[in-house]
Ligand binder design. Structure first.
Ligand code: NAP
Ligand code: F7E
Length: 325
């Protein structure tokens, strides 16, 4: 009998953490979820797996808690998904963002190095590192030019992950993931803000949707597809490497609105109001990833199309908002 693999997920209470936990459990893993102390436990997204995972206390701001988490759970793989992940907040809390999203990666890598450097490590890097893009589409070789304190923090996290691979011969991978969404996306991100408000308008609970830059373009995929790529990166026979994970298609916020409102039988032009409040000090205008390396080396491909993703989110929010009435 082989010993089951053990995965410790930081950020398990977030969108990606919940999908990754489900995926790893289905694949025979024992799963530990690192959770920071808050006044109320935020485990809504974990409803289907809560009784199957082990909650491990820990905070990326506190290295002693990370050493303890790695020591007590004794994982074979660590997925670092925890971050202050909302770009807008990173301008209001730049130092906090750097502490969690940048330095937090070093703290966790160091905890692993001290406790057991054989543990394989995944870092959640981001297409926001490309920012003011230097080439189209963006690949693993495209230079970075981040446009927010969040993007800058992720560049640090990316390079420290590579540095621990090169300095200590650890199996550390960085996944440069483009935007990925789902019905579990936080309400502050534009896709979920749209799908949720479309549902409320359809049900007569709201009259308008206030948004910022409708012309920004993103390469949007489905979070459930993207967590498989994280796992593939840590389960290769070849040496650790970094991969762009994307669909290779780009769509504007306006197009997202068009498809989302149409799903509910509405025309977005009658409801969307442009509001200066939602414009950013510096914008990332266009992101489109080149997932060729992940296709070739990991055999990874996205399965959910843009239209299917938007419709999945609107349908889920129609059901969710109806149940709240
Ligand atoms: P998310 O929903 O915002 O989840 C973030 C998670 O981080 C939450 O579980 C949160 O816990 C945890 N966290 C925050 N600060 C922490 C701290 N100090 N110590 C421990 N945990 C902490 O993010 P997501 O969309 O799932 O994304 C997962 C990761 O991928 C993030 O690192 C994000 O930056 C990165 N990323 C996301 C995308 C995307 O499109 N979704 C694309 C590229 C990269 P609480 O529940 O306690 O707040
Ligand atoms: O914005 C525009 C906004 O907040 C997308 C995070 O997961 O993906 C995410 O970062 C675009 C931007 O995501 C509103 O200006 C217009 O151009 O949904 P978002 P993001 O900033 O791309 C990356 C890959 C990550 O790593 C991050 O963690 O939409 N936009 N109007 C708006 N955005 C928001 N939030 N709200 C609006 O009203």
């Amino acid at each position: 009998m082989t010993t089951p693999k053990r995965a410790l997920i930081t950020g398990i209470t977030g969108q990606d953490g919940s999908y990754l936990a489900e995926f790893l459990l289905q694949n025979g893993y024992e799963v530990g979820g690192m959770v920071r102390r808050t006044s109320s436990l935020n485990v809504e997204r974990l409803a289907s797996v809560l009784d199957k995972i082990k909650i491990v206390p820990g905070d990326l701001l506190d290295v002693a808690s990370l050493v303890e988490a790695v020591k007590t759970f004794a994982p074979t793989e660590v997925y670092n998904l925890a971050a202050q992940s909302f770009v807008t907040t990173s301008w209001n809390q730049p130092e906090f963002t750097a502490d969690v999203t940048a330095l937090g990666v070093t703290r966790l890598l160091d905890a692993i190095r001290i406790v057991n450097p054989e543990i394989r490590f995944y870092q959640a890097s981001s297409s926001e590192m490309f920012g003011k893009v230097r080439e189209v589409p963006q690949s693993e070789l495209t230079p970075f030019h981040p446009r927010s304190p969040y993007g800058v923090a992720k560049v640090y996290g990316h390079w420290i992950t590579l540095n621990y691979r090169e300095s200590f011969d650890m199996y550390t991978c960085s996944g440069i993931l483009f935007n990925h969404e789902s019905p579990r996306r936080g309400l502050e991100f534009v896709t979920r803000k749209i799908s949720h408000q479309v549902a409320r308008i359809k049900l007569g609970l709201a009259k308008e949707l206030r948004l910022g830059n409708l012309d920004a373009k993103r390469d949007w995929g489905f979070a459930g597809d993207y967590v498989k790529a994280m796992w593939l990166m840590l389960n290769q026979d070849q040496p650790a490497d970094d991969y762009v994970i994307a669909t290779g298609e780009t769509h504007s916020v306006r197009e997202f609105c068009e498809v989302a409102f149409a799903r509910a039988g509405l025309n977005y032009e009658n409801y969307v109001v442009i509001d200066e409040e939602f414009f950013r000090p510096a914008e990332v205008d266009l992101l489109i990833g080149d997932p060729k390396k992940a296709n070739d080396k990991l055999g990874w491909k996205p399965e959910v199309s843009f239209v299917d993703l938007v419709e999945m989110m609107v349908d889920a929010d129609l059901e969710y908002c109806s149940s709240q009435i």
